[in-house]
Design a protein around this ligand. Sequence first.
Ligand SMILES: [Fe+2]
Ligand SMILES: [Fe+2]
Length: 339
Amino acid sequence: MYTQALDIPEPRQQVREADASKADGLDAQRQTQFDTKIDGDRKIEPQDWMPEAYRKTLLRQISQHAHSEIVGMLPEGNWISRAPSLKRKAILLAKVQDEGGHGLYLYSAAETLGTSRDSMLDALHSGKAKYSSIFNYPTLTWADVGTIGWLVDGAAIMNQVPICRCSFGPYARAMIRICKEESFHQRQGFENLLTMMKGTLSQREMVQDAVNRWWWPVLAMFGPPDGDSPNSALGMRWGIKRISNDDLRQKFVDATVPQAQILGVTLPDPDLKWNAERGHQGYGAIDWDEFWAVVNGNGPCNKERLATRVKAHADGQWVRDAALAHAAKKRVREIKEAA
Ligand SMILES: [Fe+2]
Ligand SMILES: [Fe+2]
């Protein structure tokens, strides 16, 4: 699903790594070939030479993205057994399964950069790796499910469509299918809310309450303001990041305001109004202290999400053991048959 700008780097680390690469005098010819490919908007493939800082940045971004997909299954998974109808249950099941699939494509893409899935999962389960802050908020009512689809998946699409043009081939190709599925996720959320808004007063109030709680965390999903993202320029240079955090956030707000009008909900921002001079919606200040608190482990559900994820992994150990045992038996059988 989602990320905040899909990458929360260690402050200044990327820039230092990039400088270090130059200082080490890496093969100038290979660096030139890499730069030429980037400048020509051609894809970098796993077997190609790439600067170490490019590899590390991608690895961090893709693994954070993969973690966000699988942790993102948890808030909505919470509602599968309580969906209000068979139709809604089938839709939600399909959506949550899609998110698991997105995680798998992305772990596979990250593995092509030379890391193992086990090490990525260890980093997630030990709390070392980040995932999107948005999944540390609770899903209190059924309207949260629709609101996640409408706003969170909507923000994910805004963030992820430009990654279909990312310079790293496996990541870009994975994103094409993911974006198609995210589009279904956004639509089902909007349609879910539209149905509720045509219902009873208490259903409409439920939707408004959910929108009030999710709006600001969703805006923060796009990541820190451009002025506080010193590493973004490098991501842009490498063709990993195509549109800045603030520009993506603005595009999202501009697209969402008319949708809120169709739904008949109020977005909880008194400063949200059309700015004719800029040709965009103006919006209020985001609480970045809250954002960083959640990113750093102190959101409403951080501990719960991580504990659930670790337990799910431990509970699945017998499946992985059984699959390995089956593969080993199969191999022995094949060798015997070939002999
Ligand atoms: Fe997803
Ligand atoms: Fe999604």
